[in-house]
Design a protein around this ligand. Sequence first.
Ligand code: GTP
Ligand code: MG
Length: 317
Amino acid sequence: MFVDEVDVTFEAGDGGEGKVSFGKMEKSGPDGGNGGKGGDIYIVGSSDLTLLSQFRGKDVVAAGDGVPGNKDKKAGKNADDLFIQLPVGSSLADLETKETFELEKVGQEILLCVGGKGGIGNYDLRSSRNTTPKNTIPARKGQKRNLLISLRFIADFGLIGLPSAGKSSLLNELTNTKVKTAAYHFTTLSANLGVLPNEKIIADIPGLIEGASHGKGLGIRFLKHIQRVGLLLHCISSDSSDPLKDYKIVRNELGNFSKDLLEKEEIILLTKHDLSDKSGLAAAKRKLQKLKKEIIETSIYDDRSLKNLYSVLDSGA
Ligand SMILES: Nc1nc2c(ncn2[C@@H]2O[C@H](COP(=O)(O)OP(=O)(O)OP(=O)(O)O)[C@@H](O)[C@H]2O)c(=O)[nH]1
Ligand SMILES: [Mg+2]
């Protein structure tokens, strides 16, 4: 199953300890080298949305430790830095410090955990006051963070509605995705994306039901995927017995997730128009017109309606 939320601990590498040592010859002074630096951990934005699955069954990601210093003034090697690819749209919350990090662009790099500095060996600690130090400056530990990584899709349009309203069917028709569609509710279990011919991105999320914000059905956590869309496409089946009620149920759940979602621009898609006769369609439209929103009739069996919808998506938002 598609992963859009994980809890992972990132641990940068510890610094390698500095060395206390003295040359073999009598009177030869301190020659302990410094320790190497621990590896940093960077996160890097990627277009691969499936990347959170790399953490399945793995709760710690650790960079290597610096190598300890050695005799003969030999410094320990610095550990390699780790570059962890994460999908664009990932937001990382540090569960202790409450800091957050957002990856918004492909290739964007953020230094998340700093590797520990290496310790200083006794060679570098020589001074005029103390020509034979027998100590080191200890190495530093690498930075650790316990993170909740959650993915929010960055899409231009978002399909929302009750289960079986025809959201995934529209996604499939408008883009070249092949998301499962079926006559039963909750066919879609996780969010999907498709790319329109104009390269804009459209997101399809699982259906919402009354009480979803209290955990009914599949809940409302998928709504995070439409937090950033420019235009909501609210799908209402034209064979519904009460289209206005359908609309209100979904809006209520949106508002319970975040009032911001209610502020978004929205058009209504009166889907499956082939299932209703003219008078049924007119009645459904009349009821929905009270909302003073644009209403577009669609059917996956009516190419003209799909072209019309596409031209609206192409011209608008
Ligand atoms: N007659 C007709 N049937 C449609 C149309 N669009 C979708 N359907 C059917 O309606 C059913 C539900 O369609 P889906 O696209 O799976 O609906 P959904 O809104 O994605 O549903 P969930 O994922 O469960 O929320 C499927 O059996 C589709 O074949 C349409 O325009 N006309
Ligand atoms: Mg679906």
